[in-house]
Write a protein that binds this ligand. Structure first.
Ligand SMILES: [Zn+2]
Length: 79
C-alpha cells in the first residue's frame, strides 16, 4: 500500500480521527492509524485496523471525552 488508488499520490502513515455514523449516533474515534494520501487526503486503513475499529464499535469502552457539536442543515440554509 504505497500509492493512493484514487489519484496515485503518495500515502503517508499517520494517526487520524475516524468518524462513524449509525442512525442518529455519531462515533468519533481518535488515534486511528491510516495511510493518508498527501495529494487528495483520501484515507486508507489496513484490514487489521478496520477489524480493530469494528470490534471496538461492538463493545466500546468508556468515552475519553464527550463533545457538544453544532449541527447544520443545508436545506434550511438561507442562500
Ligand atoms: Zn489520492
Amino acid at each position: 500500500m504505497e500509492r493512493c488508488h484514487f489519484c496515485g499520490g503518495t500515502l503517508v502513515e499517520q494517526m487520524t480521527t475516524f468518524l462513524y455514523e449509525n442512525n442518529d449516533q455519531i462515533w468519533i474515534i481518535r488515534n486511528v492509524p491510516a495511510f493518508v494520501c498527501a495529494q487528495c487526503g483520501e484515507k486508507e486503513y489496513t484490514q487489521e485496523t478496520t477489524h480493530r475499529v469494528l470490534m471496538f464499535l461492538k463493545q466500546p469502552s468508556r468515552p475519553a471525552d464527550i463533545l457538544h457539536v453544532p449541527t447544520y442543515d443545508l436545506a434550511m440554509a438561507v442562500a
